[in-house]
Design a protein around this ligand. Structure first.
Ligand code: ASP
Ligand code: MG
Length: 474
């Protein structure tokens, strides 16, 4: 591995900075990275729970409940103080950090007070309120690192990452971000200082604070990695990388040592929320090595994300990973009058899309007499109503018999390396399920080379995942 820049970007998520124990690990990890790398850049999330607390505070402000707002803000203040007290014995130094945090808390209170008077909140103001989580955490981290002898400087990413002005889910402007990131961090890096950059937040071209959407700190790390032409980007989280299954469902689940961008995208989509594809893509495309590591078990090698799929399929198991998403129901439209009628699926899905429901699974009978798709449980009722309205004429004319729904079901997705060119993969999967007497309600194996999804009842979720996980070792 050539280290052209000798630069690593390390992102620490909320749980990795949310407790004294976690922060001790952050210090150790940073000290050790500083030994191995010339330049180290840290991207940090808000302390775990703080983003949610801030969103709750924003809601309370909107309701005009300023007393509750103040209580929430004071709790964050107490948390900061408690953490600093654990790390910094010298009262004067602690006071210096608190003197930098206090204006932030005051500003937060002022913004919330204004909201509680007008009882209205815009996405822009919501972004501003939520930004205090990251803005406080980087000051605490800088202070703790400095105490441990690591020269560090807190940096607000509003100075580095440039986005459009879509608040709460802004899209970065890459060229501008690259330029500003280099300009903004070069000086610190040249002086051997570790920049501790806020994740999640950015600024529009006009200088308004924006956020990159929930969980956006990974994306921040990716952008800084690309902007600084880093050699590696490490995402430090609270699990050992991407696992073969959710360990809560399958206790023997293991870490996958290498997984491709394409494969992991299927998992992210189906709920393995380790890394969002949006984060991975720019890093991989820039040829930067991307790893997911566990702050609480730093010696574990974690998972490496690779650009292409493995070429040695014979060495790969039949299934690389299995995930389940709950909380969906199947909706089926049936009728003999659907045969050979162009545009049926388009009509159904357009009616569904108007309800705002996403459709994570679709399958159609080749007889063209039934189409089944999954929608989130919360949307089922309005989806059925929308379909009945749209199809009223066809139902009346008996061309469509019915729109029916199931109870809650589960989408189980398996990632199978190179499935298209490997014989017997589906056979092995369904034999294993058959032997375990699991009833599969629907299947979708799209043209995508790497995954297959099937629907089972809620009761069958655990055994299905368990049985399929058995194939990760074959
Ligand atoms: N603090 C933000 C959130 O909780 C961003 C992040 O953690 O990645 O969504
Ligand atoms: Mg987070």
């Amino acid at each position: 591995m050539s280290k052209s820049q000798n630069l690593v970007v390390m992102k620490f998520g909320g749980t990795s900075v949310g407790s004294v124990e976690a922060l001790r690990k952050v210090v150790e990890i940073t000290q050790s990275a500083k030994k191995d790398w010339k330049h180290v850049v840290i991207v940090a999330s808000a302390f775990s729970g703080n983003t949610n607390s801030l969103l709750k505070i924003a809601e309370l402000a909107k309701k005009g409940d300023f007393a509750a707002v103040e209580q929430g803000i004071d709790e964050m203040d107490v948390r900061n103080q408690g953490i600093l007290a654990e790390f910094i014995a010298d009262e004067r130094k602690r006071e210096q950090a608190l003197a930098r945090l206090r204006p932030l808390l005051e500003e937060l209170k002022l913004v919330c007070q204004a909201v509680s008077v007008i009882k209205e909140i815009s996405p822009r103001v919501s972004d501003l309120i939520v930004s205090f989580g990251e803005r406080m955490s980087v000051i605490v981290i800088e202070t703790i690192l400095a105490e441990a002898g690591v020269r560090a400087t807190a940096v607000e990413a509003t100075e580095l990452i440039v986005t459009d002005d879509v608040h709460q889910n802004a899209t970065p402007l890459l060229a501008k971000t690259m330029k500003k990131t280099k300009q903004g961090l070069d000086g610190l890096l040249k002086n051997g200082i570790v920049p501790v950059v806020t994740g999640f937040i950015a600024a529009s071209e006009a200088g308004q604070l924006t956020t990159l959407g929930r969980g956006g700190s990974d994306y921040s790390a990716a952008l800084l990695g690309v902007g600084l032409e880093a050699d590696e980007v490490w995402i430090w989280t609270d699990v050992n990388g991407v696992m073969t299954a959710d360990p809560r469902l399958v206790p023997e689940a293991k870490t996958i040592s290498k997984i491709s961008y394409e494969e992991v995208s299927e998992l992210a989509f189906f709920g393995a929320k380790v890394l969002h594809p949006k984060t991975i893509r720019p890093v991989i495309e820039a040829g930067i090595r991307l790893r997911v590591l566990n702050t609480f078990e730093p010696e574990n090698p974690g998972t490496e994300l690779t650009a292409g799929n493995s070429e040695n399929y014979d060495e790969e198991p039949i299934i690389k990973s299995v995930t389940a998403i709950r909380g969906v129901q199947l909706v089926t439209v049936e009728g003999s009058g659907m045969l050979g009628v162009p545009g049926q699926a388009a009509r159904f899905l357009s009616a569904v899309s108007k309800t705002g429901a996403t459709v994570p699974f679709i399958t159609e009978a080749s007889s063209e007499q039934s189409i089944t798709f999954a929608v989130p449980v919360a949307y089922t009722e309005c989806v059925v109503t929308a379909l009945q309205d749209t199809l009223a004429e066809q139902i009346e004319a008996r061309k469509i018999d019915q729109v029916k729904t199931t109870d809650e079901v589960v989408i189980v997705t398996v990632v199978c390396p190179n499935m298209q060119h490997r014989l017997g993969v589906a056979g092995k999967i369904f034999s294993a399920l058959g032997e375990a007497e699991i009833n599969v309600l629907a299947i979708s194996h799209g043209s995508c080379e790497v995954s297959l999804s099937l629907i089972v009842g809620l009761d069958a979720m655990q055994p299905t995942v368990q049985v399929l996980h058995g194939l990760t070792a074959v």
